[in-house]
Design a protein around this ligand. Structure first.
Ligand SMILES: [Zn+2]
Length: 462
């Protein structure tokens, strides 16, 4: 039942907010931002899912976060939450490097290293890990309605690396676990080795080192262990597939295309052969308002990589950024038809429908368009119950359809996530007036009342 998941988040968020308001304030102030992006998240999920399965963990419960930070790093925190720095993704040359790093991180989970660290963390400052998650919620709530590639400011201070420091013994255990996991995936640890080797070479030239090297102590003994494992592996020489490497290249190109400062966009080179350079250049062309060039670049990529349908989501966003709402709408529709279960794509398409409804003069047609918006936004809110932007957009669609009670419930969801109990009360009361037993939303109303009651009890307890 998706709503229950939302309820858990409400409790977590409340613990955070009421537990440590000063930390919350600090978290809002500055710190690295998180990125929400359907394409990047899906590639990382594709890489992570088999690794989790091979380790006997449930991939459905993994949450993937992308931290906008050029330092090379990846870590697991607060259960099955994997955080990838953009620096790691941009610097990884092959998919098996990323997969190797994930296998090593999963080795820390299955080795119980995280649980012990987590215990220590709980005593020190539980909310700090979860503030990352809160950062997402808060930012989506306060931020602009742009979805697509969104940089969410207001994330936590990057304090995690200070206490997620593993011992050398734990490093060896995680490496051993990674070798086993990779073997189940018919891979040798060559990717992990290549990644660590590159880092340790580049690290010799840097005083501060990368956070990955600080949290995962790497010495020659570790590298020797992996060298030996490679030489003994039946899958020696087996690398990630071309498709996986291309997926990673799309990720690199997207990150470069969107994260490069506007003033530096002209430094992104044009290329006819290198995938990430082509993608980055096409995005840069759109951002520099060379829309025709951008479109031509994207079209060429679609021709060469027809399987990579996430490109339509990117085009949808870039067309919208340039004010071409019809072209944006068409692109989001293509993305949806190729990827009907992606919550972020449904959210983007739902918002595109809202835009159309706003501009539709014919009343009957307007209702029809609001209906489509409601369908897509409802899907997004159910799949991401902590996503305040999905609830907010959904409430607009519901109001447009005259479903006043449901619109109030969606607003109550947001208020509860923010732990604004007064506001939640108001919306729940309004919904209760509009709804009667058996109506659509009646069960949601009862669930929200429960969540509200629990939130009040929790507030009193603290
Ligand atoms: Zn490690």
């Amino acid at each position: 039942m998706p709503y229950l998941k939302g309820f858990c988040w409400v409790v977590v968020l409340m613990m955070l907010l009421t537990g440590s308001p000063s930390l919350f304030a600090a978290a809002q102030a500055a710190g690295p931002s998180l990125i929400r992006d359907a394409e990047v998240e899906s590639v990382l999920r594709d890489f992570s899912t088999p690794v989790f399965e091979a380790a006997g963990l449930h991939p459905q419960s993994i949450r993937i976060f992308i931290v906008n930070d050029p330092a090379v790093n990846a870590f697991v925190a607060g259960g099955q939450n994997i955080f990838f720095h953009t620096g790691l993704l941009i610097n990884a040359k092959r998919a098996d490097e990323v997969i190797g790093v994930i296998a090593h991180e999963v080795g820390h989970i299955s080795g119980g290293h995280l649980a012990r660290t987590q215990d220590q963390l709980n005593k020190l400052s539980t909310p700090q890990i979860l503030t990352y998650v809160l950062g997402t919620t808060t930012a989506l709530l306060l931020g602009s309605p742009e979805v697509g590639f969104a940089i969410l400011t207001g994330g936590a201070q990057l304090t995690l690396q200070n206490f997620l420091q593993y011992s050398r013994t734990q490093e060896r255990a995680a490496d051993a676990a990674a070798v086993t996991i990779l073997e189940r995936l018919k891979l040798s640890p060559e990717g992990l080795y290549a990644f660590l080797n590159t880092l340790s070479i580049s690290n010799q030239w840097r005083e501060d080192g990368s956070p990955y090297m600080r949290t995962h102590p790497t010495d020659t003994e570790r590298l020797h262990f992996l060298e030996k494992a490679i030489s003994q592996s039946p899958y020696r020489g087996t690398r990630s597939t071309q498709r996986q490497d291309d997926q990673l290249a799309f990720v690199r190109g997207k990150l470069k295309g969107f994260l490069t400062a506007a003033s530096d966009l002209k430094t992104l080179p044009a290329s006819k052969s290198v995938l990430d350079a082509r993608y980055a250049r096409a995005i840069a062309d759109y951002r520099e308002r060379f829309v025709d060039q951008g479109r031509a670049g994207m079209q060429a990529l679609i021709t060469d990589y027809p399987w990579h349908t996430y490109i339509y989501d990117t085009i949808g966003q870039l067309e919208a950024m340039n004010g071409h709402t019809e072209k944006s709408f068409t692109a989001y529709q293509k993305a949806y038809h190729a990827l009907p279960f992606d919550a972020l794509i449904r959210l983007s398409l739902g918002n595109a429908y809202l835009e159309r409804a706003k501009n539709e003069p014919n009343a009957a047609k307007k209702t029809h368009v609001y209906g489509s918006a409601e369908e897509h936004l409802g899907f997004a809110a159910q799949k991401e119950p902590y996503n305040a932007l999905a609830w907010r957009s959904l409430s607009i669609a519901q109001a447009g359809l005259g479903k006043k009670g449901l619109a109030e419930l969606s607003l109550a969801e947001i208020a509860l996530q923010r732990n604004d109990l007064k506001q939640a009360d108001l919306h729940i009361q309004r919904a209760a007036i509009a709804l009667k037993a058996g109506d659509e939303g009646w069960i949601q109303l009862q669930d929200l009342r429960q969540a509200q009651k629990a939130a009040k009890a929790e507030k009193k307890r603290l």
